[in-house]
Structures are given as C-alpha cells and as structure tokens.
Design a binder for this molecule. Sequence first.
Ligand code: PLP
Length: 391
Amino acid sequence: MKKIYLDSAASTLIDDRVIDVMMQSMREDFGNPSATHSFGQEGKSRIEFARKIIANRLNVPANEIIFTSCGTESNNLIIRSCVENLNVKRIITSPLEHKCVLETVRDLKEKHPDIEIVFLPVKNQNGDLDLDALEEYLQENKPTLVSLMHANNEVGNLLELKPVAELCKKYNALFHSDTVQTLGHYPLDFSDIPIDFASCSAHKFHGPKGAGIAYIRKSTGLKGMITGGAQERNMRAGTENIYGIVGLGKSFELAMNELDERRKIIEELKRYTIDQLSLHIPEIKFNGNCTDFDKSIYTLVSVLLPFPNTMTGFQLDMRGIAVSQGSACASGAAKPSNTLLQLYTQEELDNTTTLRISFSHYNTKEEIDELVKVLLEIQQNAFNTIPVGND
Ligand code: PLP
C-alpha cells in the first residue's frame, strides 16, 4: 500500500539535504561547543553560522535569535519570562491559541494570582478576533504582554501581524506572536514589523524535531529561564543541540530559498482539494477562513464532514492516509479541539467529523484524488451504519 502523508502542519518529512548536513555535523562536531579547543570551536562556529542565516532572513541582529528545543519551549520561555522578569501584569491573548500558550497562561495565573488574563472575544463563526476590543484594552495603562498567534494551527486563520504589532507599540505593550506555523512558510521581516517576540520550530519546515528558536528583541531586556551555564548568551543554559541547530539552519535556508516554488505547488494543491471536496461532498463545510487565501495559511484545509465521527482518522490511516483529526497536533487524540469548540456547538461537532488536511510540496494531486475517494467510501459506510429510529 502506498502511504499518503497529509499532516505536514503537525510535522514534516526531513529534507535529505538537511539530513546530510546533520550527519556530517554528528560525525565531526563531537566537541563541547563551550570548550576553547578546536573540536569545540568548530561546532560553535556551525551554531553561529546557523544563527546568522536565520537572523539575516528575518532581518534582525544575530544576538536576537535564541536556539531552543521547540516551539513549545520558546513560547513558554517568552511568556513566563515576561511575567517573572519584565513585570508584566496583564496578558491579552485569545481562546484560539495553541495549548502551549493557553496552558502556560493558565499556569502563570495560578502562580501569580495578581496578573490579569484577558481573552479577546471571537467575533464570528470564522474565528475572527475582535481587534477593536484589543485597542480598548490597551488604552488602560497597565504593563501588558499581547500574545496572539500568526496562523492558527487547526483552521489556518492568519492574523495581520504588522498592524497588531504597531497597535501594541502605540500603547507600549509587549507583543509576542506564536509564528510556529508561518516561519519557514512566509518571508517575515522583523525589522519592518515592530514585534518583540516570536517562536519557530524546525520540524514544521522539513527540519529536525528538537530544534526551534525564540526571537527575542534585545531592547525588551527579557531574561532566560534555565540557569546553569552561559550558553545562548545567558538565555538558555545547557550544552547546545549542535546537530539540531545545524539542521534547523539548513532547513530554514532551503525553505526561504525555495519559498515561492514550494508555495506555488502547495497553493495549487489546496485549491484542488477545496474544489474536489466541494464537488464530491457538497454538504461539506470549511472551517474558519481556510478557503480565503488572503486570510488563511496556504498549507492547510480544515473541514467539517456531514456525518458523525466514525473514527474517520483511523479508517483513513488503515488505508494508508494520514490526516489530523481534532487537535492532533498535541496528542493525536480525536477530541474536539479548543479552537473548534469556539466555532461550533458541541452538538454540531457531535454530528460531524472534523479533519485537518495539511500539505507539503512533496504531495500530489493524485494523493488528493485518493483521499477524496476513500472519504466518499467512509461517508457511504457511515450512512449505511447510522441506526434508523422508531417512528
Ligand atoms: N504553536 C503552534 C501554532 C503549533 O502548531 C505547534 C505545533 O505543534 C506548536 C506551537 C508547538 O511546537 P513544537 O511542536 O515545536 O513544540
């Protein structure tokens, strides 16, 4: 059975060119990068090379790029340190954030009951945030961190980063954006966007797991949370994951060099998927803004299928097709996700099936045809097995 991978928003296949540089680094860079001898220093220079590649692409000084283990760690570091080291007294965020932001915020509230947490209202069933409310909150003069994701990982809604960053700057609030789904897929220039903090994860753009960055604007004075060493400019103690960082640098460079070409392929696949699903399953609904190419990330489509969940993800998997059901990014569990519960009632979700189909440039239209064919069979079986009630 030929397997089909349509879950690249959860994680991506590692590019062979990335594996090659990582293998070379694993063989050669065994010295500790903090050591003063050449074995250590050669590894150290590879780390600094990766940092420069990323900094140049984001148009920021290299010392504003801090290597971490993943997007979750970066978001934790930034949000926790804002409260614990920068005296932030209020966090304005949204109910649509990734769990690693929501749970961090909840945890901080438990530990520091004096901080205020504000969840921006969701305006409509598409999941648009009420940004007028953001301005109203910001008018109250209070040390504030605004944390809003650039692209939602479940339905793909995009936030307009620059106007929101400018609004935060106008009111002297710190601005963090979880850019895990967009860095490596969009050419972001942080010299043009007054953002203070962002996060990135290599495994979302054909790099290795276990390697991410926290973008931290120097002028914020943010401090690290892990102590015990001077690595990463005192921001993250611990011997560096050289091979992961080398792989992150290479995968980011490739993603940026090949961005237009990859985007063209993926956008065409997304359009094709929307057209084919609409044609063959006319009652289908598309979640959030995912059919609007200006308002959603081009790498994913989120759908509500018109039949109750009959372990659809599992059935697709049995046929060799990997997609994400519910909030699979976090656990693989087919539970209604936090985001979907903001857009639909529990009853609406109980009578339907949600799938997130996410693409990479390795996918093909033939794979989408196979997905649609298998979904039609599953739909047919679902209707055949729905119990008929008594009159
Ligand atoms: N934020 C978003 C929007 C994500 O999609 C993910 C992915 O799972 C994360 C954060 C967590 O990233 P990581 O898997 O690198 O910890």
